[in-house]
Ligand binder design. Structure first.
Ligand code: FAD
Ligand code: NAI
Length: 475
């Protein structure tokens, strides 16, 4: 393989075998894998640091703040139940921000180190197409590549009609909401999706009065309805307020406060807040790429159209991650990148979008893979369901973390697992059992007959699987 590539390069007229535009989880993983497979690879990133949205202003800072704010809640309210007495507990938010920055800096520099180790050329700057195999960086420097991957990611979406435009002062995107140095007294969050629930939880834990306004009748975007309802009840107990089936019709931004106009049943016509967080989705970022120069256009949703091989209409130009259709998740972007690079190297590769896991890192976490009950009903698929509550799980009992349940959905004829859903302790970790099971076509009986370590949260999965195909033991 390596020999073939080196031979080809001697006669190629391009500087690089592969140029990757964007150094997020899609782009940097693709670049490293390509270099490992022997391609001469460049990755162009305009942010000044590697890691994209995820490491800089997404997954990592959000998880750092979720973890720090959860520790604060535990020290305030929960440690005493375990016999650990903390007095005069208070939150040092600037220190939490520093701790978050340390995690971000360490990881972004770590990716730079991986580039060096794998001999990926890191080009700092904004890339634009200036030819089918040519990119111009910062309007001046040019580089050529045989193949190009567009991995330019996404950015926060705004409310339609110019309502409450994001200024990162009073009206915040997720980026601004992770930079506050003190908790706003009142925070209105527009959108009960992933960002709304995670960052709403952070600021609620740190003392803000948080109200989440959502125009659907459920929270958590793609969640199974029953699980979304379960999580909503738990979050309400934690102090979050929800206005579902409610539309934001307008707003006014003052010097230090924001007025939000609402339309819905049993909701106030206006709400006053110190800050508003807009969490109504993200849109693909393709600005400045000069796609027209290579005859490419974005679709109605602003995404780059690709075929099943993730090729654009120019077969040597690929697009991956948040800037194409599919879940906007870091691990999905990574899978896209590996798939393209392995395919370029002539290796057999595949991605199963059916088994991409979702995790919302509230406390407890909600996680799922595969189909929801609503999707199975809509597709007229006969299914069986097995559930098991964490209240009956010994590890959860020992830890006093008994909120939530595991639900497994199986094909009623074959017992094959079609979906797994959970709200509960470490749900974001143990969901991987369902992912792996589904990836290998497991039946619920397969998981139920697998020996699980005791006491463990994952025993709730075993019991839910027992409930799906025979009977659970511990309830
Ligand atoms: P990105 O990470 O957006 O990277 C694209 C990069 O391309 C950017 O760095 C950008 O600067 C660069 N770029 C764009 N245009 C150019 C150009 N012309 N030239 C050079 N560079 C360019 N996902 C999860 O899976 N788990 C989570 O817990 C999670 N939490 C999140 C929390 C928040 C608050 C947010 C906002 C997102 C979160 N996500 C999470 C989503 C995740 O961050 C994205 O799905 C992921 O980053 C997408 O990766 P990507 O490589 O496609 O794009
Ligand atoms: P989202 O798509 O998850 O949720 C947006 C929510 O806003 C939806 O429930 C939608 O109905 C609602 N909404 C849209 N317009 C509205 C309006 N005008 N008024 C009221 N509600 C409205 O998008 P979100 O939360 O912004 O996150 C963007 C993406 O980032 C996610 O889809 C996810 O892919 C990624 N992400 C992933 C995380 C994770 O994996 N843990 C964490 C954070 C973000």
């Amino acid at each position: 393989m390596l020999g073939k590539l080196r031979f080809a390069r001697r006669f190629a007229s391009f500087e690089y075998d592969l140029a990757v535009v964007g150094g997020g989880p899609g782009g940097y993983v693709a670049a490293i894998k390509a270099a490992q497979l022997g391609f001469k690879t460049a990755c162009i990133e305009k942010r000044g640091t590697l890691g994209g949205t995820c490491l800089n202003v997404g997954c990592i800072p959000a998880k750092a703040l979720l973890n720090s704010s959860h520790k604060f809640v535990e020290a305030q309210h929960e440690f005493k139940n375990h016999g650990v007495i903390c007095e005069n507990v208070r939150a040092d938010i600037p220190q939490m921000m520093k701790s978050k920055k340390k995690a971000v800096d360490g990881l972004t520099k770590g990716v730079e180190g991986l580039f060096k180790k794998n001999k990926v050329t890191y080009v700092k700057g904004a890339a634009a197409f200036s030819g089918k195999n040519e990119l111009t960086v910062n309007g001046t420097d040019k580089l050529t590549a045989k193949n190009i991957i567009i991995a330019t990611g996404s950015e926060p979406a705004a409310l339609p009609g110019g309502i409450l435009p994001i200024d990162e002062k009073n009206v915040l995107s997720s980026t601004g909401a992770m930079e506050l140095q003190e908790a706003p007294k009142k925070l209105v969050v527009v959108g009960a999706g992933v960002i709304g629930l995670e960052l709403g939880s952070v600021w609620s834990r740190l003392g803000s009065e948080v109200t989440i306004v959502e125009f659907m009748d459920k929270i958590g975007s793609g969640t199974d309805l029953e699980m979304g309802k379960t999580l909503k009840k738990i979050l309400e107990k934690q102090g979050l307020k929800f206005h579902l089936k409610t539309k934001v019709t307008g707003g006014e931004v003052g010097a230090d406060s924001v007025k939000v106009n609402l339309e819905g049943e049993n909701v106030p016509a206006t709400m006053e807040a110190d800050k508003v967080l807009i969490g109504v989705g993200r849109k693909a970022h393709t600005e400045g790429l000069n796609l027209e120069a290579v005859g490419l256009k974005v679709d109605k949703a602003g995404k780059i159209p690709v075929n099943e091989n993730l090729q654009t209409q120019q077969s040597h130009i690929y697009a991956i991650g948040d800037c194409v259709a599919g879940p906007m998740l870091a691990h999905k972007a990574e899978e896209d990148g590996i798939f393209v690079v392995e395919s370029l190297a002539g290796e057999t590769s595949h991605i199963s979008y059916e088994t991409v896991p979702w995790v919302i890192y509230t406390h407890p976490e909600i996680a799922w893979v595969g189909k929801t009950e609503e999707q199975l009903k809509e597709a007229n698929i006969n299914y069986k369901k097995g559930s098991f509550p964490f209240l009956a799980n010994s590890r959860a009992r020992a830890n006093h973390e008994t909120d939530g349940l595991v639900k497994v959905l199986t094909d009623s004829k074959t017992d094959r697992i079609l979906g797994m859903h959970m709200v509960g302790p470490a749900a974001g970790e143990i969901i991987m059992e369902g992912v792996l099971g589904m990836e290998y076509g497991a039946a619920s009986e397969d998981l139920a007959r697998t020996c699980h370590a005791h006491p463990g949260f994952s025993e709730a999965i075993k019991e839910a699987c027992l409930a799906a195909h025979s009977s659970p033991i511990h309830i």
